[in-house]
Ligand binder design. Structure first.
Ligand code: NAP
Ligand code: GDD
Length: 342
């Protein structure tokens, strides 16, 4: 039975990956941070699922900013595979806490790689890289060969992790790989990311539980996929015969405004836009203003457009996304409507 160790198990991807690996027959060890309130809600259902015996899923306290805990976990668990999903993952927040973001998102990766190097060089390592590294993109679409131009402390920190992963692979012959994943969403997405914020607010507005949604830049474009598809790609990357880096995306892009239109169409809500720039607003059929913009949600530097090319993953990993934007939105809306009172 293979053993996986997941840093960042309590996050969106950690929850989907745990379920995916358990189905594949793995024993899963997850690392969670100590927090003053409960932070394991995304994986709590694993414990209550009768199909998954408790002894296959373990949670440990740890923190990727703490070398001692990282080393102790790797050396006592001795996993076959490590997935480093742990990060301060919010781009806007990375401008507010740049030093912490760098510590977790850059040095955290180095700490895990060092532990692998010391404990057992055969442990396979997956690094959660990001399309945010492409930043102010120098070509469209972006591939594994596109140069990086990060636009945030988060993006810059992830670039360090990308290269240190390659450096440990080349220097110490580790099976260490980067997934360069484009935005991926799901019902379990954190509430301050734009897709979840839009879906949740429009569901509540539709049911008259909320009056207004406040957003930032409506014109950036993203290549959005479903987290369920992307965790499968993470696993496939580590099963490939050689350690390599892969872009994972859908190859399609939509603006934030397009995303709002798709969600409102699915909810059968008619909206009308008026105004320009930060004064642009959306109105419902009764003339109520339901969406407006506020400068506080704009970033000091924006990533205007992201669109990937997953040809390498399609060819070598036989991976392709099963979801499209419409099925992603349906999944998110259906979850939101079921949990409207939570
Ligand atoms: P997420 O929901 O924000 O989850 C991040 C996880 O990291 C959480 O479990 C969080 O714990 C944990 N974490 C944060 N700081 C930590 C620390 N110092 N020590 C240990 N754990 C820590 O992010 P996600 O969407 O699942 O993304 C997973 C990874 O993929 C991240 O590295 C992210 O940067 C990267 N990524 C995400 C996307 C995307 O679109 N989702 C795209 C490309 C790359 P708490 O629950 O306690 O906060
Ligand atoms: N969060 C947020 N909140 N974003 C907004 C808002 C708002 O109210 N209004 C507009 N936006 C715009 C942002 O300016 C950005 O251009 C876009 O919506 C997407 O923002 P996020 O959903 O926060 O995602 P992100 O693209 O910045 O980062 C996500 O994807 C990266 C991969 O490219 C995160 O998951 C990162 O961890 C990930 O690496």
């Amino acid at each position: 039975m293979k053993k996986a160790l997941i840093f960042g198990v309590t996050g969106q991807d950690g929850a989907y990956l745990s379920k995916f690996l358990l189905k594949k027959g793995y024993i899963v060890h997850g690392v969670k941070r100590r927090s003053s309130s409960l932070n394991s809600s995304r994986v709590d259902d694993i414990y209550s699922d009768p199909l998954i015996k408790k002894k296959k899923f373990y949670l440990h306290y740890g923190d990727i900013t703490d070398s001692i805990s990282v080393y102790n976990l790797v050396s006592t668990i001795r996993p076959n595979e490590i997935y480093n999903l742990a990060a301060q993952s919010h781009v806007a927040v990375s401008f507010e806490i740049p030093e912490y973001t760098t510590n977790a998102d850059s040095l955290g990766t180095l700490r895990i790689l060092e532990a692998v190097k010391k404990v057992n060089k055969k442990i396979k390592f997956y690094q959660a890289g990001s399309s945010e590294m492409f930043g102010k993109v120098v070509e469209i679409p972006q591939t594994e060969k596109t140069p990086f131009y990060p636009r945030s402390p988060y993006g810059a920190a992830k670039v360090y992790s990308h290269w240190i992963t390659i450096n440990y692979r080349e220097s110490y012959n580790l099976f260490a790989c980067n997934g360069i994943l484009f935005n991926h969403e799901s019902p379990l997405r954190g509430e301050t990311f734009v897709t979840k914020k839009i879906v949740k607010a429009l569901c509540k507005i539709k049911l008259e539980r909320q009056k207004k949604l406040i957003l930032g830049n409506l014109y950036s474009k993203r290549d959005w996929g479903h987290a369920e598809d992307y965790v499968e790609a993470m696993w496939k990357i580590l099963q490939f015969k050689r350690p390599e880096d892969f872009v994972i995306c859908t190859g399609k892009q939509y603006s934030i405004k397009d995303f709002i239109t798709l969600v409102s169409n699915d909810l059968n809500m008619k909206i009308r836009w008026k105004g320009k720039g930060v004064n642009e607003k959306a109105y419902d059929s009764k003339g109520n203003c339901i969406i407006e913009c506020n400068k506080k949600y704009f970033r000091p530097a924006e990533v205007d457009t992201l669109k990937g090319d997953y040809s390498k993953a399609r060819k070598l990993l036989k991976w392709r996304p099963k979801h499209n934007i419409k099925s992603l939105i349906k999944d998110m809306i259906s979850y939101e409507l079921k949990h409207i009172d939570d």
